[in-house]
Design a protein around this ligand. Structure first.
Ligand SMILES: Nc1nc2c(c(=O)[nH]1)N[C@H]1C(S)=C(S)[C@@H](COP(=O)(O)OP(=O)(O)OC[C@H]3O[C@@H](n4cnc5c(=O)[nH]c(N)nc54)[C@H](O)[C@@H]3O)O[C@H]1N2
Ligand SMILES: Nc1nc2c(c(=O)[nH]1)N[C@H]1C(S)=C(S)[C@@H](COP(=O)(O)OP(=O)(O)OC[C@H]3O[C@@H](n4cnc5c(=O)[nH]c(N)nc54)[C@H](O)[C@@H]3O)O[C@H]1N2
Ligand code: SF4
Ligand SMILES: [Mo]
Length: 721
């Protein structure tokens, strides 16, 4: 057994790296040995920043000469990434300098064309429009203005935008979470009292078993693959649950491949197995779980045979999985985003968390849960309320906003994201067409700009300073590396300028993100110790919260008092709204569910690829586009044979909502009866390898009680051409 990886050792390492990092950090310093002997003002500078894309939040060191960024490389002092960055993040230089980038604001003309306008005019147009809505609707204006939010370039942009909405009283900002992992974060919040990971990634080195539950770490968080490698070297058993073989499969000791959307049954069966074999401490379980007495009854139907029939695993495999869990003293479960992408996801997630609680795997070393997002650091609401007064209004979710748009009840929509992130994106597009004023902040001509009346060119991360946050609950700081081209404006500036025009009395006149950040640390207690000085020095940021400047970071288990962080210190086995384990059923629209549609026998999964970031940006970069294979549709050899399809056949992939074209890729990486296709392609990129009808256009508008869903629906494939 590996000896316990000491937290002290980890902290020491972190501090050493931090000290090393500080030598190059702080103010810009000239780099050595570059072989140039330019004038003093042309000296090369090295500045620090972080990648604006995924939640790993890789920090980097960038070289700048003559005001231009010449290179970006992962920060070697980053304890979470080990100095790595993935190709998506590195494509930022190409994206910044892309010839396809739109760098001036544009207004839609009556004939459908665009007219270039100045930044000042764009800001004035938006502010006038907001004042008009206020004049016409008074207090009701609040429900006529809404916003979709991206994973912003920095937190200050996000806060600035929230405040702009508040100038008309609106709180209707749609976070990406609704189409991301909010089922997982809500279940964790409800059951253990924190809406994100309960440990940091390094804790997996202290576990005996690591379960990657739909967590395709190697493709989705490449810099974390090294943690899996290290864990394996230390003898941690890595078990991967994914219907698909991926790059992560190579890093694991074993993989189980349940049919898509059936993990919940497997997890409820695990709870049953633990209870029926007595492999738990009853006194402790009763202490931690409210409703413990009903649990056995709730999962009694989920016998090994039943679970095997549902998941498509053999009874021996199901038992093997359960016995691995029962034999493990310390288990960490890493929840993949895909668990949140099925209408039955919340029940499965509840069962996984209960399974961890029963085996006493939530509190203490080598135990806990990791997720595929960072959780939201507190303080935004406090901060915004400080200027605009306390908000008591409930927020719409996107499902309601979509209805409101369709009924002509929304006058202004700030579209700061793709609309293709929501299922039934064609329906979303139709709803958008009913909004008289859509403002899109973006970078390229996309489906979103086609839907907009005003286009505001935004800046890429390195073109402005600001703070961000990541998976390890770490906040990071980025310096501005270079000026943005043309009239591109960072979102914090655009929203500040609009907000100041609409409501100069209340909207704070902050100068830049640094100014806002400093005010934030003064106002929000949990951020008091997260001083900008400390943040700037650190090579990988600071783990929140820090209530004072001399407090050390907390990188261990979040349950420091030995109890859960829910108000009662306990978790509920069942929930009034989210249901109980006995509610588990196939996901909506699945060929196996009661409400399935005839004629769509295959199960569809779609997902992300290593070299692409979400729906939009990297589709415009050749550096990553070169790895793209367009709209391929992976089918198992048996399924392909049954359908009479050959490798490379051109096919139509159809759900009951619609169809799109692709080509057949025959591979055992997918299960018989299922198919996989990538989620990133879009229709307007000039790069043919990334061009295609977006997958959300054929996904039904399904939601669970929390979020919208992307996977598991029935589909069919037929040959064309
Ligand atoms: N390369 C890349 N990495 C990213 C992103 C990106 O756009 N590109 N986005 C980031 C963001 S915002 C997020 S939220 C995360 C999360 O991203 P995820 O939502 O987790 O990513 P997916 O690729 O949709 O799914 C991950 C894996 O789940 C598997 N899967 C599908 N259905 C099931 C199922 O029923 N059961 C099980 N056990 N597994 C299933 C898929 O085969 C796939 O390998 O990724 C982050 N990382
Ligand atoms: N079918 C399908 N749909 C999915 C997923 C999937 O796997 N499959 N994954 C889901 C997940 S996990 C997520 S997180 C979402 C992500 O969905 P989105 O948030 O829509 O992701 P992107 O495509 O990255 O959106 C990029 C756009 O956001 C805007 N933007 C980016 N940064 C800024 C900024 O700083 N300021 C402003 N004003 N605008 C900015 C730009 O217009 C840019 O073009 O998609 C979800 N939707
Ligand atoms: S892993 Fe995530 S944060 Fe790191 S470079 Fe890639 S996209 Fe950026
Ligand atoms: Mo996401």
């Amino acid at each position: 057994m590996p000896d316990t990886y000491s937290r002290r050792h980890f902290l020491k390492l972190g501090t050493a790296l931090l000290a090393g990092g500080a030598a190059v950090m702080g103010d810009a310093v000239p780099s050595r040995g570059m072989g140039f002997r330019g004038r003093a003002e042309e000296k090369e500078k090295i500045l620090k920043g972080y990648c604006p894309f995924c939640q790993v939040r890789c920090t980097y060191l960038a070289r700048i000469r003559g005001g231009k960024v010449t290179s970006v490389a992962g920060h070697p002092g980053n304890r979470w990434t080990g100095g790595a960055m993935c190709p998506k993040g590195l494509s930022i230089l190409e994206l910044m300098n892309s010839p396809y980038r739109i760098t001036e604001p544009m207004r839609r003309l009556p004939d459908g064309g665009w007219e270039r306008i100045s930044y000042e005019e764009a800001v004035r147009t938006v502010a006038d429009r907001m004042r008009e809505v206020l004049k016409t609707h008074g207090a009701k204006a609040a429900d006529r203005v809404a916003m979709t939010m991206p994973l912003w370039d920095c937190r200050e942009s996000e806060i600035a935008a929230l405040m702009t909405l508040r100038t008309v009283g609106s709180v209707h900002a749609m976070p990406p979470g609704e189409s991301c992992v909010s089922s997982a974060s809500n279940m964790l919040g409800d059951m253990v009292g924190v809406n994100c990971g309960t440990v940091k990634v390094h804790e997996i080195l202290n576990a005996r078993t690591l379960v990657l539950w739909g967590a395709n770490v190697a493709d989705l968080y490449p810099p974390y693959a090294r943690w899996l490698q290290q864990a394996r070297e230390r003898g941690v058993k890595i078990v991967y649950l994914d219907p698909r073989k991926t790059r992560t499969s190579l890093l694991c000791d074993c993989q189980f491949r349940p049919l898509p959307g059936t993990d919940g049954a497997l997890a409820v069966g695990a709870v049953r197995h633990i209870l029926s074999t007595g492999s738990y401490d009853e006194a402790r379980a009763r202490f931690q779980i409210d409703g413990f007495d009903e649990l056995a009854k709730d999962c009694e139907g989920f016998t090994v045979d039943k679970v095997a029939a549902v998941t498509g695993l053999s009874p021996a495999e199901v038992l093997d999985f359960y016995e691995t869990l029962a034999a493990s003293e310390r288990t960490i479960v890493w929840l993949g985003g895909s668990l949140s992408r099925y209408t039955n996801g919340i029940t499965g997630l509840r069962a996984i968390i209960l399974m961890q609680a029963l085996r006493d795997n939530l509190i203490g070393e080598g135990r806990g849960m990791l997720t595929f997002q960072s959780g939201k650091p507190g303080g935004d609401e406090e901060f915004v309320d400080h200027f605009f007064g306390e908000n008591t209004k409930p927020k719409m979710n996107f499902r309601r906003l979509r209805n409101a748009m369709s009924r002509g009840k929304i006058d202004i929509l700030f579209l700061n994201s793709s609309y293709r992130r929501y299922p039934d994106s064609k329906g979303v597009r139709e709803a958008l067409a009913k909004v008289p004023f859509v403002v899109h902040c973006g970078f390229f001509l996309t489906e979103e700009s086609e839907a907009a009346h005003l286009f505001i060119p935004a800046t890429f991360g390195p073109e402005s300073q600001g703070s961000g946050y990541g998976n390890e609950q770490q906040a990071v700081w980025r310096e501005q590396l270079t000026d943005a081209p043309g009239s591109c404006a960072p979102s914090w500036r655009f929203y500040r300028d609009v907000g100041r025009l609409v409501d100069p009395e209340r909207y704070p006149d902050f100068r830049d993100p640094e100014d806002m950040y400093r005010r934030f640390t003064e106002l929000v207690p949990s951020w008091k110790g997260m001083t900008l000085e400390r943040l700037r020095k650190s090579p990988d940021g600071l783990v929140w919260p820090l209530f004072s400047a001399d407090e050390p970071e907390r990188t261990g288990c979040v349950f420091t008092e030995g109890r859960l962080l829910t108000p009662s210190g306990k978790m509920q086995a069942a929930h009034r709204v989210f249901g109980r384990l006995s509610d588990w059923d196939y996901p909506k629209g699945s060929p196996r569910s009661k409400d399935h549609k005839e004629g769509y026998p295959l199960i569809l999964i779609q997902g992300k690829q290593l070299w692409h970031w979400q729906q939009t940006l990297t589709n415009f970069a050749t550096a990553v586009g070169q790895f793209s294979s367009g709209r391929f549709i992976s089918l198992h050899p048996r399924t392909a044979a049954e359908l009479g399809l050959k490798q490379g056949d051109k096919v139509m992939l159809e759900t009951f909502v619609g169809g799109l074209e692709g080509w057949v890729d025959i591979t055992e990486n997918v299960l018989p009866g299922t198919l996989f296709t990538p989620s990133n392609l879009n229709a307007t990129t000039p790069l043919p390898e990334n061009r295609g009808t977006h997958i959300s256009s054929i996904l039904p508008n399904y939601w669970d009680k929390i979020s919208c869903q992307h996977n598991g629906v029935g589909c069919r494939v037929r040959k064309i051409g």
